[in-house]
Structures are given as structure tokens and as C-alpha cells.
Design a protein around this ligand. Structure first.
Ligand SMILES: NC(=O)c1ccc[n+]([C@@H]2O[C@H](COP(=O)([O-])OP(=O)(O)OC[C@H]3O[C@@H](n4cnc5c(N)ncnc54)[C@H](OP(=O)(O)O)[C@@H]3O)[C@@H](O)[C@H]2O)c1
Length: 294
């Protein structure tokens, strides 16, 4: 039995809450920034009503055994403010976010050795603040380490595909390759079908090739054919699919552009690797969305 806090009860955090509740072994604490009267997760096996302690203010949060952070990357600073009280007794922090800089984002708030980066994948939508629709299995991958094994154990007996991997950096960079190309629909304000065009497809390949080169310099083992595989996956996806960067832009929210493309440019500079396609995508998206929020 563990007491587990979830900071960021959106699409991913809600599915995690439902999974942990289903084990019957854990006490779940939901850390939210607006009141949450109820939370229903429509899982592939039927609806789950999450029954948990809800806390609105970091100062009121209890010390827990584990923290799961599932905010967007651009909310890392405000999410970090929960960790002083939640981690008062040394709880580890699993960071379920996109990108490859999970530790860097939370290092100001918690010792590095207590941060566990986790790559999460799950087809899930959030039609309203208290309802989430999960369309498939949640995939959770973390490093083969004591923390990693402890995290995976929390989900034992659930339908989640939770596991450790021997080369976490490669898993994280492979996911980043996919996410990096997702900037194109957000730029063009067109759903995934836009990848079927020849010039957009060629540009996607270049964006991913830059990511591959930088990822390799960072130690990830990435094959050349990942770029083609990413493009094939986008072209095989439903033509009306809207990725989260695009959805954030449409909703006038901040975007995870720094975690998905900015990191490729920043780390590319450090390694002397040119990343012109990612650089241009960021410049265009930032300029087009500056001032008007979308
Ligand atoms: N959704 C997916 O299918 C998916 C798949 C793979 C990876 N990811 C990654 O997983 C991460 C989470 O994504 P998501 O889709 O779950 O995002 P989301 O639906 O936007 O949920 C984020 C939640 O964090 C909350 N939040 C933000 N700042 C907070 C704070 N200071 N204290 C408490 N709560 C706070 C938000 O609150 P409000 O409700 O008040 O806005 C929201 O409920 C992202 O890095 C995303 O890229 C998502």
C-alpha cells in the first residue's frame, strides 16, 4: 500500500489515478489547481469513478510515498511548487511528460536522484475537466533502476503496459522524433492528413533527421530509418487526427514547443549540429502565436 499524489489531473493524470485506484492497494491524492467535484475515467473496460482526496493548495498537501507529475511541460514550475510538502519525507517523483529533459525541469525542486523520468503513451481525450476518455492501453516506460522497478510495481495487476527499459535515453529520443515532426500540423493548422503531401512529408523527414543526429550525440541509439518510420506512422494515422501541440494552439493555450523542438535546437548548438528545420518551425510558430495567444 502506498500513498500516491498526482500533480496534474488532466488526460494522463486521470488515467493514472484510475489505474492506481483499480489496484485496491493505494491511497490516491489528487493535486489540482481548480475544484474537482468528481472524476470519471471511461476506460476500455468501462467507466471508473475516481474516489480520492483532492487538494487545491500545495501548503495543504500531505507527505506521500510517491509523486506522479503529469502536467504539461510548460507548467513544470507551478507543478514544482507542490513538491516541498508532498516530498517532505523523501518521496520519489515520477515525471510523466513529453521530451527528454524531465530531470532538468524538476531539479530545482527535488534532488536529482529522486526524479524518475517516464515516457508515457496513451490514446486519451479530455472532453471536460472531470471526464476523460481512454481509448487504449497506457504505456509507461522508465529506466531499469531501483526507482524504476518501484514505480512499475505500483501498477502491478493493472491493464497498464508498465515496464523498465535498459536504454531509457533511446526510448525517450525515439518518442521525441515522433513528437518533433508534430510541429507541422500545429504550424499549418491542419490535421494529420497534411503529412500525406509530398513537401510536408519531406520537411517532416528533415525535422526528424535533425532530432536523430542530436539524439545520437546525446547517447541515444537511433537508426537512420526512424525518420521514414515516423512519416509512415503519421501518414497511416486518421487524416483528421489533431496532436496535442496543435490542440493547444487551437485552444489558445501555451504549447510544448520548447520540450518538443526547442530542445533539439538547444542541444544541437551544444554539439555543433545544425538544426535549421526545427529552428525555423519554432521561429514561425512563436511569431505566429505571439500576442494573440493562439
Ligand atoms: N494526452 C496524451 O495522449 C499524451 C500522450 C503522451 C504524452 N503526453 C504528455 O503527458 C503530459 C501531460 O499531458 P496531458 O495530455 O495529460 O495534459 P492535460 O490534459 O493538459 O493535463 C495537464 C493537467 O495539469 C494541470 N496543472 C497544470 N499546472 C498545474 C499545477 N500547478 N498544479 C496542479 N495541476 C496543474 C492542468 O490543470 P487544468 O485542468 O486546471 O488546466 C491539467 O489538468 C504532457 O507532457 C504531454 O505531452 C500526453
Amino acid at each position: 500500500m502506498a500513498r500516491i499524489a498526482i500533480v496534474g489531473v488532466g488526460a494522463i493524470g486521470s488515467v493514472v489515478a484510475a489505474l492506481l485506484q483499480q489496484t485496491g492497494r493505494h491511497e490516491v491524492v489528487l493535486c489540482v489547481r481548480r475544484p474537482l467535484a468528481e472524476l470519471i475515467v471511461e476506460t476500455p473496460d468501462g467507466p471508473v469513478e475516481v474516489r480520492a482526496t483532492v487538494v487545491l493548495n500545495p501548503a495543504d498537501a500531505p507527505a506521500v510515498d510517491w509523486v506522479v507529475v503529469a502536467t504539461k511541460t510548460y507548467n513544470a514550475d507551478s507543478a514544482g511548487r507542490w513538491l516541498k510538502t508532498l516530498c517532505a519525507q523523501g518521496a520519489p517523483v515520477a515525471v510523466l511528460q513529453n521530451g527528454v529533459e524531465h530531470c532538468e525541469r524538476f531539479a530545482p525542486y527535488v534532488p536529482m536522484e529522486l526524479i524518475l523520468p517516464v515516457i508515457v503513451d496513451c490514446p486519451v481525450e479530455r472532453p471536460s475537466a472531470n471526464r476523460v476518455r481512454q481509448r487504449g492501453v497506457m504505456y509507461l516506460k522508465c529506466s531499469e533502476s531501483e526507482l524504476g522497478r518501484g514505480f512499475v510495481e505500483l501498477f502491478a495487476g493493472t491493464p497498464a503496459d508498465a515496464g523498465t527499459v535498459s536504454d531509457f535515453a533511446t526510448v525517450a529520443w525515439r518518442k521525441l522524433c515522433h513528437n518533433a515532426a508534430g510541429v507541422l500540423p500545429a504550424l499549418l493548422l491542419q490535421p494529420s492528413g497534411v503529412f500525406r503531401g509530398e513537401t510536408v512529408g519531406e520537411t517532416a523527414l528533415q525535422i526528424v533527421r535533425e532530432c536523430i543526429e542530436v539524439g545520437r550525440a546525446e547517447g541515444a541509439k537511433l537508426d537512420d530509418d526512424i525518420a521514414e518510420a515516423v512519416l509512415r506512422a503519421y501518414r497511416a494515422a486518421p487524416v483528421d487526427g489533431v496532436n496535442s501541440l496543435h490542440a493547444d494552439r487551437l485552444a489558445g493555450r501555451p504549447m510544448e514547443i520548447d520540450a518538443r523542438n526547442g530542445v533539439i535546437v538547444r542541444l544541437g548548438k551544444r554539439h555543433g549540429i545544425a538544426t535549421p528545420c526545427n529552428q525555423m518551425a519554432i521561429a514561425l510558430l512563436e511569431t505566429m502565436t505571439a500576442g494573440n495567444g493562439a
